[in-house]
Design a protein around this ligand. Structure first.
Ligand code: THG
Length: 290
């Protein structure tokens, strides 16, 4: 099953036998005081810088999130989406919990890039979320991330997360959204709070791949929250999640790309190690130029 995303001139295909697609997470004010303050003043300079830097680092898709206290997302999300679309030529992942902001951003993006196909981040299993977000996905012919959580929160078991994912896929299909346009997120919680949290997510990923066959994303860095040397934990977790079926994680691309390329190589998705070697040479050159 393949999920196709498009920008003005690029097509990105997410699929089980393809190289892992990296969604760059850094256009997001969460935990970034400087970006949050600039956005609250309507200053989007950092958004442009992060867009350029992430694509240079190898991002295939960019997540765009401007949600923070004191920010009118209905006003600002379309502006950020426009700026990113004018700065770099990669498909976008439009990230907001506010359906009105999603609608405004999708409408503007369609004017700007009529042949584009973004990814909407996100819908979840709550009835209210599905009722408000899935019609947008159908109307604008986008793809959508479905979070494995609902009115009861994030299910504590893998079976519970599979059940929510199943519900989202079924509801989407009933609304004319093809299954390949639903990308499931089994959600990572920190192993700092519960040492079995990683296992539950990994089990859910395997079950969603086997039963639903859909493509999957994951905000993998949540797994290491509150622990030292987060990168080490994130690399190990990403490799296992990719092996089980995650094929478009949301990540800090500059930090994880070498580990993801190594994972793809080990899983037989990089013939003659071409991508791994090319990336290595590029990093070597960049280091020498410093
Ligand atoms: N699933 C889906 N979408 C998501 C998430 C997910 N979107 C948001 C988030 N999770 C992924 N994006 C981020 C963005 C920032 C950080 C983590 C995940 C982050 N920021 C640092 C902090 O909080 O300390 C600051 C980073 C810095 O300045 O370098 O960690 O799970 N579908």
């Amino acid at each position: 099953m393949e999920t196709v995303l498009r920008s003005a001139r690029k097509t990105v295909v997410i699929g089980p036998d393809k190289p892992t697609v990296l969604i760059g997470e850094r256009i997001n004010p969460t935990g970034k005081k400087r970006l949050a303050a600039a956005l609250a003043e309507g200053n989007l300079d950092i958004v442009r810088q992060e867009a350029e830097a992430q694509v240079e680092a190898g991002a295939d898709v960019l997540d765009v999130n401007v949600g923070a206290a004191g920010i009118d997302e209905v006003d600002l999300l379309p502006k950020a989406v426009k700026l990113v679309a004018e700065t770099v030529d990669v498909p976008l992942c439009v990230d907001s919990a506010n359906p009105n902001a999603l609608r405004a951003a999708l409408a503007l993006y369609r004017e700007l890039v009529p042949n584009g196909k973004p990814l909407v981040n996100s819908v979840n299993g709550e009835a209210a979320s599905m009722e408000r977000v899935l019609p947008l996905v159908a109307e604008f012919h986008t793809a959508v991330i479905g979070l494995a959580m609902d009115e009861q929160g994030i299910p504590p078991t893998a079976e519970g997360r599979l059940a929510v994912a199943r519900r989202i896929v079924e509801r989407a299909e009933a609304m004319g959204i093809p299954r390949e346009d639903v990308v499931i997120d089994c959600l990572a919680l920190t192993v700092g709070a519960d040492s079995r949290a990683g296992l539950v997510t990994l089990d859910a990923i395997r079950m969603v791949r086997e039963e639903l066959g859909v493509n999957m994303t994951l905000g993998a860095s949540n797994v290491s929250f509150g622990l030292p040397e987060r990168e080490t934990i994130n690399w190990a977790f990403l490799a296992m999640a990719i092996q089980r079926g995650v094929n478009c994680p949301i990540v800090d691309v500059a930090k994880v790309r070498p580990a993801v390329l190594a994972t793809d190589l080990l899983l037989g998705r990089d013939e003659y190690a071409m991508r791994y070697l090319k990336d290595y040479k590029k990093r070597l050159k960049a280091a020498q130029a410093k």
